[in-house]
Design a protein around this ligand. Structure first.
Ligand SMILES: [Zn+2]
Length: 298
């Protein structure tokens, strides 16, 4: 997070604001942010922005010297558009990029400093790409080949940037719900027809979200980038009704995130093991929705 639709919305909003403008100054408030020394970050100052590119989940800003600023927002990094010379206020503010048109401020919530900035030459730009397949540039065979490289669950395959470009936890839940496939199905077990369904659902889900977030970005800079949106079908909606069948959305919890799915629509009614709950319930762990409901009635 942010994922493909969020990154494309950021890029569209930035294109409108900075292409053709001068990057006057880069202000770094965190020593951890900049991960490269050559070319020096000062070398971009006074240069004109020629364009933007998405490299996986990174945002690359190109200058007229073919030197690029490459930002990876990781989980908690966010961008903000402010008046020129905006103050770097608070411990979350990591950097400001002062353009002749305004200031782009980078923040990261929390104490972990994962967000990164690389300054690279154009010829080295592709090295920043983790190599996942681009869903709008490949076909069904290419999509299937990319996701089948390793024996993985669908959920993990769809969130791995080395397999699929721009993927992540939120939209993978949405894609799997749209495809009516279980998050824990292993990729080698997927049937021909299921691959076609997954590919179509991946493109349709991403297209719908890119259009929605793109339309919002036309109205104003994307200040409220979040993995949790009320229009989502299952992601972040544990216990709420599935928009397709009305059953309650289920979850599998992990240490720092969770997978959401609808048992009726995606797993043939089977409730998947939730580590914390299954430890608590031991052998009483319900395997079906009916059993879960019966348990709740006890
Ligand atoms: Zn459902």
């Amino acid at each position: 997070m942010p994922e493909l639709p969020d990154i494309t919305a950021y890029i569209a909003a930035l294109e409108e604001r900075i292409v053709g403008h001068t990057l006057e100054q880069v202000r770094l408030a965190s020593v951890f942010l900049l991960r490269t020394v050559d070319p020096p970050v000062r070398s971009v100052e006074g240069r004109t922005v020629t364009g933007l590119r998405r490299i996986g989940k990174r945002i690359a800003i190109g200058l007229d010297t073919d030197i690029w600023l490459v930002l990876h927002l990781m989980i908690a990094g966010r961008l903000h558009w402010k008046g020129k010379g905006a103050k770097l206020a608070g411990k979350n503010a990591l950097a400001a990029f002062d353009f002749s048109s305004g200031s782009l401020v980078l923040t990261e919530a929390g104490s972990k400093r994962r967000t990164s900035l690389h300054v690279v030459r154009g010829k080295d730009l592709e090295e920043m790409n983790p190599g996942g397949v681009e869903i709008f540039e490949t076909d069904l065979a290419g999509f299937r080949a990319a996701l089948s490289v390793e024996n993985r669950t669908l959920k993990r395959a769809l969130t791995d940037p080395r397999l699929i470009s721009g993927g992540g936890s939120a939209y993978s839940d949405e894609i799997l719900h749209a495809a009516q496939l279980s998050p824990v199905t292993l990729t080698p077990k997927l049937k021909e027809e299921e691959w076609a369904r997954l590919f179509a659902a991946t493109r349709a889900t991403m297209t719908a979200w890119m259009e929605r977030l793109g339309a919002e970005a036309k109205k104003g800079f994307p200040e409220k980038v979040t993995a949790f949106r009320p229009e989502m079908a299952v992601h972040g909606r544990f216990g709420l009704p599935c928009p397709r069948c009305g059953e309650k959305v289920q979850r599998i919890r992990y240490a720092d995130n969770e997978t959401n799915y609808c048992a009726k629509c995606q797993t043939g009614g089977k409730v998947l093991a939730d580590r914390s709950l299954s430890r608590l319930l031991g052998k009483d762990w319900p395997r079906t929705l009916d059993e879960l409901e019966a348990l709740k009635r006890k």
